[in-house]
Design a protein around this ligand. Structure first.
Ligand code: ATP
Ligand code: MG
Length: 443
């Protein structure tokens, strides 16, 4: 915080505003602990002196690129500085060695092209305009010069731009540490292509973000003694499992379900799919499409990215078979069975979905596992029937478990195909951490 200042008549201050957060104004009267302020939009406001902040009248009109240069480092000062810079198309600002990014919500390709990377290569931190390439470059050089591992933490609320930033950081590290001219797929290419694969299975449209990561991700890039990328490992955690069987307007389930429903006709037929509206796990929400996203195209791109990260055709087919089986599983409905508190399949349609889901395993075993519960006792196993509600819950629990195991399997597969370098000299880790939403009730 800046130096404490006395607020007197004539002081320029920031006062809270219900619409624009903070507004500037001039104090015209002080009465005990209250100050009267005429704001710059001509209103008269009375506020507690303890809730208003001094305004730096000598601050540069275009803002400062490092907020440690601000006379007052308080909330209105910081927000005002970020806002002026944003209005001048400067989305990045430093606070010491922390980079703050304000999401532009539009593509700014010139900011991330190869010329920009070349400019930041080797430039001292702070010499050029604030940029994520400067952070990545400093990190890379610190690793080379000090032979020590480094980490970059990317945080912010949902939709702030963490995942986009993480991808760009990885691109810069690939630019610095990549091996050009190497035959076949390079580690960096595989690391970059792992993004669309993970996003297909771990991202979904939410209220806040059309491509929200529903898992945390730590990417560890390994370097050899020459500073070249020699291996990588991706760690993911806490995939949001409940989304698999529960979605509400205006959100969607994981992208892969919609992609598969929009796959080429032969694939849709093979997996016995069709309109997403017919699947219980998708039709609890009325949202099926994401603006500017073509699920059919994404399906082919995901398949292509899978090829690059080393998931072969057979494995891809197995993955999508599981995705389809989960949709069929969700459509199995139950009604009361003949015994008390028991259940059975509702109709022929449910039998069809059970059969299709069961093409993965044993049909009878699947039906029993849904409609019955096995209790293990010292005298042996007892099988107890489940009522229709309990059977639906066991169906959903199975869907969630299968989906999260599928996700983990894909991550493992990517890791083993990229390969780890056990002789790596140092690593750079990039953490894209999710889950900063604050709810009134947090479950
Ligand atoms: N630097 C950028 N340039 C252009 N667009 C951006 C940039 N950063 C973010 N966006 C836009 O904002 C959207 C949301 O960003 P992103 O998915 O990275 O958010 P996130 O912080 O990872 O959110 P979540 O926690 O929900 O995963 C992106 O899909 C993209 O449209
Ligand atoms: Mg994200």
């Amino acid at each position: 915080m800046g130096t404490p200042v006395n607020i007197i008549v004539g002081s320029h201050v920031w006062v809270e505003d219900p619409e624009i957060a903070w507004i500037d104004g001039e104090v015209t009267e002080i009465n005990g602990s209250n100050a009267t302020i005429i704001t710059s939009n001509g209103r008269t406001v009375v506020a507690e002196i303890s809730s208003i902040y001094p305004k730096d009248t000598e601050a540069p009109p275009a803002g400062v690129d490092d907020m440690t240069k601000l006379a007052y480092l308080h909330e209105p000062g910081v927000l005002h500085n970020l806002a002026i810079r944003f209005s001048l198309n400067e989305i990045y600002t430093y606070t010491g060695n922390i980079l703050i990014a304000v999401n532009p919500f539009r593509r700014l390709p010139h900011l991330y092209d190869i010329h920009m990377m070349q400019q930041y290569k080797g430039a001292a931190f702070g010499e050029l305009s604030p940029h994520l390439f400067a952070v990545a470059d400093t990190c890379y050089r610190a690793m080379i010069n000090e032979n020590g591992s480094q980490s970059i933490l990317v945080s912010g609320e949902s939709g702030a731009g963490k995942t986009e930033t993480t991808k760009m950081l990885m691109r810069y590290l690939a630019f610095m540490g990549g091996r050009s001219g190497t035959e076949g797929r390079t580690v960096e290419q595989q690391v970059l292509e792992s993004n669309p694969v993970l996003e297909a299975f771990g991202n979904a449209k939410t209220v806040k973000n059309n491509n929200s990561s529903r898992f945390g991700k730590f990417v560890e890039i390994q370097f050899d003694k020459n500073g070249k990328i020699s291996g990588a490992a991706i760690r993911t955690y806490l995939l949001e499992r409940s989304r698999v069987c529960q979605v509400s307007d205006p959100e969607r389930n994981y992208h892969c379900f919609y992609m598969l429903c929009s796959a080429p006709p032969e694939d849709v037929k093979k997996y016995k799919l069709g309109d997403p509206k017919q699947f219980h796990y998708l039709n609890q929400s009325n949202c099926y499409q994401v603006s500017n996203v073509d699920d059919a195209k994404e399906y082919l791109e995901t398949r292509n990215a899978m090829d690059i990260v080393g998931i072969n055709q057979e494995e891809q087919d197995a993955i999508f078979r599981v995705v389809a089986a989960i949709l069929h599983l969700g459509n199995i409905e139950f009604v009361k069975g003949n015994e008390v508190d028991s259940s059975k399949l509702k109709n022929e349609k449910s039998v069809f979905h059970l059969r299709t889901a069961a093409e993965l395993c044993d049909e009878k075993a699947l039906e029993d596992s849904l409609c019955k519960r096995v209790i293990v006792t010292p005298d042996g196993n007892i099988t107890k029937p489940l009522d229709p509600d309990a059977a639906s819950l066991s169906r959903d629990a199975l869907a969630k478990t299968v989906y999260s195991r599928l996700f983990d399997w894909i991550v493992d597969k990517i890791n083993s195909s990229i390969g780890q370098d056990s002789n790596a000299v140092s690593i750079i880790g990039v953490l894209d951490i999710y889950g900063f939403e604050s709810f009134k009730i947090n479950r």
